[in-house]
Design a protein around this ligand. Sequence first.
Ligand code: GDP
Length: 198
Amino acid sequence: MARMSNALSTATYKLAAHLPKQLPADTGREVAFAGRSNAGKSSALNAMCNQNRLAKTSKTPGRTQQLVFFEVRAERWLVDLPGYGYAKVPLPLKAHWQEFINGYFRERQALSGLVVVMDVRHPLREFDLQMLEYAKARDLPAHCLLTKADKLGRGAAGNTLQAVRKELGDVATVQLFSSENRQGIDEARAIVTRWLQL
Ligand code: GDP
């Protein structure tokens, strides 16, 4: 069987925004990726785009206050939100950042969907739920990747999937994912590709 072509493989880094005025024009369509730091978000983005080094898997604190934009094609973007869960961000920065991210979620017209990346062993933590709340508040479709599924046996992973699915109801769809053994990559791509109307 022919390999499925991957519309996301053309993604390239374009810019990082620290401030609202640095955001690209709010005209196209974009899908945002959120997750606790270390959940496997960079690895998931790289796997979905068929690239090794698109999203950096480094944990530099400097990246905690940026929205990173990858262009798939004209007016089609993937947006890497900073991993949450850093304790060491100074408080004034935190407030400024909260305001930026709140505004982005409230007002960004191009935002067409939210992917929340969660370690399958630690799903639905406080900030994950907050991100899903943002999406629900404006009727934005949301999809959860339960990453590192390779770390659990099939039974345990399946049980977590069912439990998370039940808890989320119609707030978000959910799937198992692994950048390591490539489980669920086509399923995740299909959703993002549809949201971007690629
Ligand atoms: P981020 O901070 O959310 O961007 O997480 P990274 O993508 O940098 O991944 C954090 C750590 O988890 C790294 O050591 C990755 O190699 C590892 N990791 C990411 N995805 C997977 C996965 O699907 N399976 C396994 N076993 N490890 C993973």
